[in-house]
Write a protein that binds this ligand. Structure first.
Ligand code: UD1
Length: 425
């Protein structure tokens, strides 16, 4: 398998264009199941996850065409007919978000059989709230041998749904009803507003996404549409942290800094320069060491859990001790022992990590454990003395488009070592 080698020490100077948001793109792709007309998604990232979902959708009968259009990379998805309502274990296991085809399949064709996604390295991640939402919308749900069998022959009806905890995925599922639905305690993540905009372009009547109450007024049918995927706030935040870690001056373009306000304020508090521009943000650090600051992850607009690993990497060389509290997932510190291989001083207890900043990290061989953890190791490698080699980078390829190219354009020494095709132990 491929690995990534980073030779640390180079400052970053240049511009990094931010891609379309992975977490939005995959939900929007699944929304193509809701109509027999083509859905054209522009500003599409090309990632392992989007390719993967494309493969699953093709199996369900969707024609998926990736192309370079007048507005850049786009994907056209045409579900003229759903030929199968079956999402097998192998495809859902590899990417949890594949589970999001369940709701659209039931809404469109009245039935679906979708594998349970199972746990993953960052926590148990159950789907009970997704299933409760679909049941509230009138679907009959049965679980057998690892599969969810969902049936709603007369379509999904409206309901009033109050989530006990905030869940991005379950909120997205509840937004697919035909009838009039009110969702309380909805997730407020920007990807929900993006899904709302896309559904409305398809003829739906959804309002309130981005607030804790979302209202869906059922319409008879949805049609085709063109929709631009919002910029990836996690990619933007990742490169902002990378610039603060390596030092230099990086302009992030095609970005919406308002979506990572919590991170930008923490970067400022730590001593990095943050300047918002018309289409993004400039991050600067001129040699001086950053100060340790504490963070606590929270649902949007709080500090994103998907940026926690990157921020921990940044804090490994800050001046003082930083406390990092993870409140969304119960096992999301898998990157800590890997950062410690580079010389970081971290202790983890329950949902809290304490990071005591060291003068300098040393390059080492490390292993990626999940998508965001993998990029935290690359960030650490940018500032480590010598060479850092990150293995299992298939995690990285799931969510970061052309990472070596984007960092390399700013002067980072990052290269991919092609594997021999052998799986890693
Ligand atoms: C999405 C994002 C992920 C991000 C997360 C939180 C995608 C593809 N992934 O994941 O990158 O880290 O939001 O911002 O968009 N939960 C339950 N029961 C459920 C569903 C969730 O208990 O049925 C729990 C989860 O275990 C977790 C918490 O709710 O502790 C939040 O999870 P959720 O917001 O659903 O995350 P995802 O949608 O899976």
């Amino acid at each position: 398998m491929d690995r990534i080698a980073i030779t640390g020490g180079a400052r970053l100077n240049g511009t990094i264009p931010v891609s379309g948001a992975k977490n939005s793109a995959i939900k929007l792709m699944a929304a193509s199941l809701l109509t027999d007309e083509p859905l054209r998604l522009t500003n599409m990232p090309r990632l392992a996850d989007t390719r993967f979902l494309g493969k699953l959708l093709s199996r369900l009968g969707v024609e998926v065409v990736e192309r370079d259009g007048a507005d850049g990379q786009e994907t056209v998805l045409h579900a003229a007919e759903i030929t199968s309502g079956f999402a097998p274990y192998d495809l859902v296991r590899q990417m949890r978000a594949s589970f999001n085809v369940l709701g659209p399949l039931v809404a469109r064709s009245g039935q679906a059989k979708v594998s349970l996604p199972g746990g993953c390295t960052i926590g148990a991640r159950p789907v009970d709230l997704h299933l409760q939402a679909l049941e509230a919308l009138g679907a009959k749900i049965d679980l057998h041998e690892g599969y969810v069998y969902a049936q709603a022959p007369r379509g999904l009806k409206g309901a009033e749904i109050t989530f006990p905890i905030v869940s991005v995925g379950a909120t997205e599922h509840a937004m697919l009803a035909d009838g009039t639905t009110v969702i309380h305690n909805a997730a407020c993540e920007p990807e929900l507003a993006d899904l709302q905009d896309c559904l409305n372009a398809m003829g739906a009547k959804v309002s309130g996404a981005g607030t804790p109450t979302i209202t869906i007024t059922g319409v008879a049918r949805l049609g085709g549409a063109t929709h631009a995927v919002i910029p990836d706030r996690i990619e933007m935040g990742t490169y902002a942290v990378a610039a603060a870690m390596a030092g230099g001056e990086v302009r992030l373009s095609n970005a919406r800094p308002g979506l990572i306000d919590a991170l930008l304020r923490k970067l400022e508090e730590a001593g990095a320069g943050v300047e918002e521009t018309a289409d993004g943000v400039i991050i600067r650090r001129n040699g001086s060491r950053l100060n340790a600051v504490d963070i606590e992850t929270a649902p949007f607009p709080g500090f994103a859990t998907d940026l926690q690993a990157q921020f921990m990497a940044l804090m490994t060389t800050a001046n003082g001790e930083s406390r990092i509290r993870e409140t969304i997932f119960e096992n999301r510190f898998m990157h800590a022992p890997e950062l410690m291989r580079l010389g970081a001083d971290i202790s983890v207890s329950g949902g809290e990590a304490r990071v005591r900043g060291v003068e300098r990290l040393e390059g080492a061989e490390v292993m990626a454990t999940d998508l965001r953890a993998s990029v935290s190791l690359v960030i650490a490698g940018l500032a480590a003395r010598g060479e850092t080699i990150v293995s299992r980078i298939y995690h990285l390829d799931r969510g970061f488009e052309r990472l070596e190219e984007k960092l390399g354009a700013c002067g980072a020494q990052v290269r991919r070592i092609k594997g021999d095709g052998e799986p890693e132990l």
